[in-house]
Ligand binder design. Structure first.
Ligand code: HEM
Length: 404
């Protein structure tokens, strides 16, 4: 990485910590964003890039954890880098709230995503995943993202949330236009359609509750009163954007990792008792979320002098791959003595959907090991890395089966 970065460098940033890092546009980064983060961390755990409006990039395990836990200094509003303030008129609820205000709403949502709430969904997830993986295997592979990684999570989420599964293509289209398009008109049009749909559905469930998450939210109280329409809309909007796209991206990234490592696939085939351990390792090596933070007061992190008002990106993908935290950090392997993952965050905003996500990921790993032959990247397989609100993923993943 060169340190002769163009752009404005604020006076408080030491020259030796300046690096060019444009994860949205730089082909050098986009060739492999995870490797680019590893290179940054090799130089310093916290560096400053003047690109994208100027931001600190935190890549060291200790430093990511410290910042994620210290919400008083590292506010979650806004949670995107570069800061996006025009996609929603208020802070995203609960993701962009801090402290007591965050706890107040998060507490309401926790039971909806608890293991007890998620476990009973396993049979239906398995049934749908079995159909998708069988069809994928019968078709001799091809694009795993469009055939498995995209349809499954949207089907699961829409069912829980209370939106019609048969319109999954419409909803995934809105989410893609909202999160992946760089055209503000496309973002705005998709946002309007989603909001219109959510407002209409919230009103319907207020009048006539059903057995779904939107209805459950309409029955909830905060400070001794029901959630008002604005709060309901904010929460539903956040759940929608957090719930539809992330598992797709994570599934694509960890399947690409497995495609390049037949020995790990063989471990899964030989002993399904190892699936959880392998999954945790895959999540440790391949986090996909790099949330933003806003510095509220001057603070020294990993030796870097941050100033109130600065923007920070917590590169979760840096933390689990830090050689200071793990031996041979880039290899997902069974039998590590102690392991942890930053994939779902490390502080008070730790992912509410993580039990749902793990359940789906686990089921797909198991079915790919039992219903599909060994797979590898298809010759000439090429994907683009896509980012949406600091969530990174692959736009496609072409696999072929051994022997085909
Ligand atoms: C593999 C899939 C997923 C990954 C990797 C992931 C990752 C994350 C991460 C890293 C955060 C913390 C962000 C921060 O520190 O600012 C987060 C927060 C959150 N996630 Fe997920 N997520 C996934 C799936 C889901 C799903 C399926 C849902 C809902 C259906 C969901 C709902 C949320 C919510 C509501 C928050 C905000 C929590 C809070 O602010 O207290 N996530 N997620």
């Amino acid at each position: 990485m060169s340190s002769d970065a163009p752009g404005h460098v604020p006076a408080h940033v030491p020259a030796e910590l300046v690096r060019t890092f444009d994860f949205l546009n730089d082909p050098g980064v986009l060739a492999d964003p995870w490797a680019a983060i590893d290179r940054l961390r090799g130089e310093a755990p916290v560096v400053y890039s003047p690109e994208l409006g100027g931001y600190w990039i935190v890549t060291g395990a200790d430093e990511v954890r410290e910042a994620a836990q210290n919400w008083e200094v590292f506010s979650s509003n806004p949670v995107t880098v570069p800061p996006v303030t025009d996609k929603w008129p208020r802070p995203l609820n609960p993701e962009e709230l801090d402290g007591d205000e965050h706890t107040r709403y998060r507490r309401l949502l926790t039971p909806l995503f608890s293991p007890r709430a998620i476990r009973p969904l396993a049979d239906s997830v398995r049934e749908r995943a079995t159909e998708l993986v069988k069809a994928y295997a019968a078709g001799q592979g091809g694009d795993f993202v469009s055939q498995v990684a995209k349809p499954l999570p949207s089907w699961v989420f829409l069912g829980i949330f209370g939106a019609p599964r048969e319109q999954a293509d419409v909803f995934t289209g809105w989410v893609a236009d909202l999160l992946h398009s760089t055209d503000p008109d496309v973002n705005a049009a998709a946002g309007q359609q989603l909001v219109g749909y959510l407002m209409e559905t919230i009103a319907k469930r207020q009048a006539e509750p059903a057995d779904d998450m939107i209805s459950a939210l309409t029955q909830m109280e905060v400070d001794g009163r029901p959630l008002n329409d604005e709060e309901l809309l904010d929460i539903c909007f956040l759940l929608f954007i957090a719930g539809m796209d992330t598992i797709t991206n994570q599934l694509g990234v960890i399947t690409a990792h497995l495609a390049a490592r037949p020995e790990l696939q063989r471990t899964l085939r030989a002993d399904q008792g190892k699936i959880d351990e392998v999954l945790e390792e895959l999540l440790r090596v391949n986090p996909i979320v790099a949330p933003g933070r806003h510095v509220t007061r001057d603070f020294v992190l990993g030796g870097a002098p941050l100033k109130a008002g600065d923007t920070v990106m917590l590169a979760n993908m840096g933390a689990g791959r830090d050689p200071k935290a793990f031996d041979d950090p880039l290899e997902a392997k069974v039998g590590r003595e102690a392991s942890w993952t930053s994939a779902f965050g490390l502080g008070p905003h730790r992912c509410l959907g993580m039990h749902l996500a793990r359940q789906e990921l686990r089921i797909v790993l198991e079915l790919m090991a039992t219903l599909a032959p060994e797979y590898r990247l298809a010759p000439g397989a090429h994907w683009n890395y896509v980012t949406a609100g600091n969530v990174w993923g692959l736009d496609r993943l072409d696999l072929e089966f051994a022997g085909s």
